[in-house]
Design a protein around this ligand. Structure first.
Ligand code: HEM
Length: 328
């Protein structure tokens, strides 16, 4: 990840950096702090290192030979599990000695689910795997959304409108005052921009479902019990649902209730809909608020393409030049 400060003139500092790796680190750190109570420091840096190595192998050819991506990923996964085991043991000790509350973070919550005689109902292994699932599910998703919002805002008029709306919120606060739930509720336009970004660049390209009965679709019969793959981008770019689907238009989400069900599915749908939806929304609104009220930026790359790996990723991780704004 490249990142450096350049002095342009005495009064103007410009930072160049790659947005995608920065956002991945940011969202991982947020999850570590808020969900696992793992604060900034050497241990968290070590966890990020192992975790990134583990995640690189998730979409690799599953041949376990030395020096392959897959092998490195399995080894890193063992290291992540070892670290989580240690963390769980510390949290258990804190809970037993009344040094932590059961609702302090996700791990203390899971440890506190007890049956008769206060016996733990969820095994240590189950806690480790739930924690790892959330780390993975929350890492390559919100970071992609925020990166694509930064990319779109660098290229579109939308950024001006969004800045004005966020400035209104920022100006109503005294210096250093944190955002509140009420402030987040006012960020309706920002969330519309996020929804339109996810419509055009969904972080998750689809998922599997099993048919529970025979279905006829487009003249074909899909028998009961078959696996089907639903594709987010295909539905989102369907002109019978979204007029002029190639056009970036956040206002199409002005009245979200007017959308027929299961037509806008970045978070999936039904009983297995993403449980991190609200968490992702808060992360995105807060990050974009601080970005647009403190900085302006422009793309710092020769091309502006992206590939899917399988989540969408701008080439070179989206290098941008960031210019701090004068205080509001
Ligand atoms: C913009 C951000 C995000 C997007 C677009 C997204 C999208 C999705 C999608 C499409 C699914 C599959 C749903 C289905 O099959 O119907 C899913 C599942 C899941 N997501 Fe997210 N997600 C995001 C953020 C997060 C975050 C931040 C977390 C956790 C903190 C999270 C945790 C999960 C979990 C645990 C599942 C599995 C649920 C299950 O299998 O029952 N997600 N997500």
């Amino acid at each position: 990840m490249s990142e450096r400060w350049e002095t342009k003139s005495e009064s103007t500092l410009r930072l160049t950096g790659k947005v995608l790796p920065l956002m991945k680190t940011l969202t991982f750190n947020i999850i570590c702090s808020l969900l696992f109570g793992l604060e900034r420091g050497a241990r968290r840096d070590q966890m990020v290192h192992y975790f990134q190595q583990m995640i690189e192998g998730i979409w690799s050819i599953p041949i376990n030979m030395p020096f392959t991506r897959f092998n490195r990923s399995l080894e890193a996964s063992k290291d992540v599990q070892k670290m989580l085991k240690q963390l769980i043991s510390e949290k258990r000790h804190e809970l037993n000695n009344n040094l932590a509350s059961s609702h302090q973070d996700l791990i203390t919550c899971l440890l506190s689910i007890g049956g008769e005689n206060n016996q733990e109902l969820i095994s240590e292994n189950e806690i480790i795997h739930n924690v790892m699932l959330i780390m993975i599910a929350g890492h390559d998703t919100s970071s992609v959304l925020i990166t694509f919002m930064v990319r779109i805002l660098a290229r579109m008029q939308t950024s001006m409108q969004l800045s004005l709306k966020q400035e209104e919120i920022a100006q109503s606060k005294s210096p250093g005052e944190s955002l509140t739930w009420e402030d987040l509720g006012k960020m309706k336009y920002t969330w519309r921009v996020a929804m339109e970004t996810m419509r055009m660049f969904p972080p998750i390209f689809g998922g599997f479902r099993q048919t529970v009965k025979d279905i006829e679709y487009g003249g074909y019969l899909i028998p009961k019990g078959w696996q089907i793959f639903w594709v987010t981008a295909k539905t989102h770019m369907e002109s019978s649902i979204f007029q002029e689907p190639e056009k970036f238009d956040p206002d199409r989400f002005e009245i979200p209730a007017s959308l027929p069900p299961y037509n806008f599915v970045p978070f999936g749908g039904g009983a297995r809909i993403c449980p991190g939806y609200e968490f992702a929304k808060i992360e995105t609104l807060v990050t974009i608020h601080y970005l647009v009220t403190h900085f302006t930026w422009k793309l710092y790359c020769t091309d502006d393409f992206f590939s899917r790996d399988p989540t969408p990723a701008p080439t070179q991780g989206l290098p941008v030049q960031i210019i701090p704004r004068k205080p509001l």
